[in-house]
Design a protein. Structure first.
Lengths: 245, 254
């Protein structure tokens, strides 16, 4: 089987200034004061690869670098060191979905995000109804998103993410706010992705789901890879070593 | 995307798109009243109405474009943090809405030109490359400032001030020829003034009066129009290099 995602020695450090200098004034007032930075190394020399058609889980406590890793895979962040190679089309679903504009209605938001994700005008027209049907939000299509609940937003975002043609899907905490009916619907799509041989990277705190769907699981802790293996082994290790400590 | 932005801007307004045309006309009306009738500076140009209208339409396009592009990356940050795409799309699509407004406003010029019985002439085609130059200059400045704004939020305040000053410095409501010659040299460093003067000259011909000067006259012997055009080229280059360099890190800085 071919490799879908190849991550080799990726490191990423964020510099967090102790005092934020977003105003020039601060440079004039204290020109000689050195800004002290706290270096937060979000990822330390992370390497792994994901096979095509694999359902790959990423777990770890808050702040362990999961979201940073996903953003680097999605090409949103640039790694400081190391390289990432993704084969095929990628659809990211990060931080409760795509960036919606709250001032616009669902219709326009689907169009904008579909376009940014690379859909052509014709594809967009064809997919539009499917997105809406999956989200079951037809009644609210002309309502501005600022009046949507977080559950409705996640429905719309997930429906959009899976309608964009992809080979690799990145899912970050998808199901945190959806209701049970919608969660079940998402699980059904997970099964479908597996049948279709799509590659899915699944970041979650729901260890039960990780065990249910994932073929292999990566455990991140403080930015480094702690374990990589079968869901059973890795989630057990996570429960024993990290959650308890 | 630009079309949707344009729609979003006016969706909650009762008169909708009408505002995009009314605003510059109202602006124009006030200035025309003040300068043509109350202060009587109008007699320095033969066709003050169209002279002023051209100045205002171009100026509003220039200032409004830059002002909409400037905060666009910071405001569009939510999308940048979730999807990987070329960030240049955000300020460019923001500028489209202003471009649509500008095109609608050209109709205002046509109406006034008919009233003033201005005959179209072949030279008018020169307006197209001149508008192209203005567009490049505007977009480049917008990109540069929008990328800078991510690092320094004061850029917004500074630009607001500069925009106010430019209104007086850009010879919108007075002929640039009444300025002393050193001030003309300074004024024509701004490519906007060069484009506006050339468009006025092309559209109104000699009718723009004895004070009709261009970058060609002011910099005669130093390269003429090339001076502002080189400035446009430098700003375009700087904008694209800077935007490319900064763009990779927008997502983590927002």
């Amino acid at each position: 089987m071919a490799t879908a995602i190849e991550v080799a020695g990726v490191s990423k450090t964020f510099q967090i200034p102790h005092e934020q200098r977003t105003f020039l004034r601060e440079y004039f007032l204290h020109p000689f004061r050195r800004v002290t930075y706290e270096r937060n190394q979000a990822l330390k020399d992370v390497s792994f690869s994901v096979e095509e058609g694999e359902f790959f889980g990423v777990i770890g406590p808050n702040g362990s670098g999961k979201s940073t890793l996903l953003r680097i895979l999605a090409g949103i962040y640039v790694p400081d060191r190391g390289a990432v190679r993704v084969r095929g089309l990628l659809s990211p679903f990060i931080e409760l979905g795509v960036g919606f504009n709250p001032e616009l209605n669902a219709r326009d938001n689907i169009r904008i995000n579909g376009t940014l994700a690379g859909l052509t005008k014709r594809q967009l027209e064809r997919k539009f109804e499917e997105v809406l049907a999956f989200s079951e939000l037809e009644r609210f299509v002309d309502q501005k998103l600022k009046n949507y609940s977080s559950g409705m937003l996640v429905r719309l975002a997930y429906s959009l993410a899976i309608q964009i043609p992809f080979d690799v899907l990145l899912l970050d905490e998808v199901l945190a706010v959806g209701d049970e009916a919608f969660q079940e619907k998402c699980f059904a799509t997970f099964d479908r992705f597996k049948e279709e041989g799509k590659t899915v990277v699944f970041v979650s705190h729901a260890l039960g789901l990780v065990g249910r769907f994932c073929d292999r699981v990566l455990l991140l802790h403080e930015g480094a890879v702690r374990a990589l293996g079968s869901p059973h082994e890795v989630t057990d290790l996570y429960r024993e070593r990290i959650l308890v400590a | 995307m630009g079309a949707i932005d344009f729609k979003a801007k006016y969706t909650d307004a009762a008169l909708g798109y009408v505002w995009s045309v009314v605003k510059p006309l109202a602006y124009f009306g006030v200035l025309w009243l003040v300068f043509a009738h109350l202060l009587r500076t109008a007699n320095q140009t033969e066709d003050f109405t169209l002279f002023l209208l051209i100045g205002i339409l171009l100026f509003l396009f220039f200032i409004d474009s830059v002002s909409t592009m400037l905060p666009s990356i910071v405001e569009g940050g939510a999308t940048l943090r979730r999807l990987a795409f070329d960030p240049i799309l955000i300020p460019l699509s923001a500028s489209v809405a202003v471009g649509i407004t500008f095109l609608a406003n050209i109709s205002a010029f046509v109406v006034f030109a008919v009233i003033q019985r201005i005959e179209p002439r072949v030279e008018w085609v020169f307006v197209v490359p001149l508008l192209g130059e203005l567009y490049l200059f505007t977009i480049a400045l917008g990109l540069l400032l929008s990328a800078l704004y991510v690092r320094f939020r004061d850029v917004g305040q500074v630009w607001e001030l500069v925009a106010q000053l430019l209104f007086f410095a850009c010879a919108i409501f007075y002929p640039v020829g009444i300025l002393p010659s050193w001030a003309q040299k300074v004024a024509f460093l701004n490519p906007f003034v060069q484009v506006m003067q050339d468009i006025r000259h092309v559209l109104l011909g000699g009718a723009s009066g004895p004070y009709d000067v261009s970058a060609g006259n002011v910099y005669a012997g130093y390269g003429g129009r090339l001076v502002p055009i080189v400035i446009v080229a430098l700003i375009v280059l700087a904008a694209f290099v800077f935007f490319r360099r900064e763009g990779r890190y927008f997502a983590e800085r927002l």
